[in-house]
Design a protein around this ligand. Structure first.
Ligand SMILES: [Zn+2]
Ligand SMILES: [Zn+2]
Length: 270
């Protein structure tokens, strides 16, 4: 059995959830293209970057209301089935009384933590928001080039596109360099190998790592800030096996690495 595709704790049910999400996301991308929606109309600048700030502010995003609402309901239907939480989800959607104009505002506010506390479960709402916002942000990141023009000029610990702090990266088989991967918008960017993306500590400050035996995974631990980065070392992948970092890998297939890091006393970076 391939340890990469079948890590511990991963169920068929959760794999099915991500398969279904991916096909919903493809529909969202297609509809955004077909409707001729512009990144600018969603609150995203096409101008070259002028500052050292990420290109978009999540709290300024304006997602298309109809598509957001449609996806939100598809995502919640999937979650009801996969997590068996029909009552909780129905209750929160009932309370939110979503119409098209509020759908974008609703998911963005849940995502950045400004949602009202009267809804049922903060964690569930955050999950719904993340799963709903992802395809819009990945579409924007694909269609805007300002953050990609100079890949060596960013080198910061947060996403050059949306500012999110990453939890996963890969060491490129091509040149051994580290690329961080954004769990929200799927952007990749380069980062120095011997530094911590969370506190900018260097190897001299106490960067450690452990590898998971017989797999291409490693976890880099920072003694300085007690956070950790999960890494897929592509140089250790079986020959001819290429694998792109993905949301299912970020959320589920590397969860065993989180558990190992937690046991060592390290805390999740996001
Ligand atoms: Zn991002
Ligand atoms: Zn650190």
């Amino acid at each position: 059995m391939n340890p990469l595709l079948h890590p511990p704790g991963h169920s068929e049910e959760s794999e099915k959830l991500y398969e279904n999400l991916e096909s919903m996301y493809r529909v969202v991308h297609r509809k955004l293209d077909e409707k001729g929606i512009s990144p600018e109309s969603m609150g995203c600048s096409l101008q070259p970057r002028k500052t050292e700030l990420p290109l978009v502010s999540i709290n300024r995003l304006r997602l298309p209301g109809d598509l957001t609402r449609e996806l939100l309901y598809s995502v919640t239907d999937e979650l009801k089935r996969a997590l068996e939480c029909e009552d909780e989800i129905d209750q929160l959607l009932h309370q939110a009384e979503l119409d098209q104009t509020r759908a974008s505002e609703f998911v963005i506010s849940q995502l950045i933590g400004n949602g009202t506390a009267e809804y049922t479960s903060a964690e569930l709402l955050h999950l719904v928001a993340v799963l709903t916002v992802r395809p819009f942000l990945s579409w924007l990141s694909e269609h805007v080039n300002a953050h990609k023009a100079h890949p060596d000029s960013w080198l910061q610990g947060n996403c050059p596109f949306c500012g999110t702090v990453p939890v996963l990266g890969r060491i490129s088989a091509e040149d051994g360099r580290l690329l961080l991967w954004c769990w929200l918008c799927a952007t990749e960017w380069r980062f120095p190998r011997m530094a911590c993306p969370y506190c900018n500590g260097s190897a001299a400050d106490g960067q450690l790592f452990f590898t998971v035996r017989d797999t291409p995974y490693r976890v880099e631990l920072c003694k300085n800030c007690s956070r950790y980065l999960k890494i897929l070392d592509e140089r250790r992948l079986p020959e001819h096996e290429e694998i792109a970092l993905s949301w299912i890998m970020n959320d589920l297939l590397t969860h065993h690495l989180d558990v190992l890091a937690w046991k060592e006393g390290y805390i999740s970076p996001s």
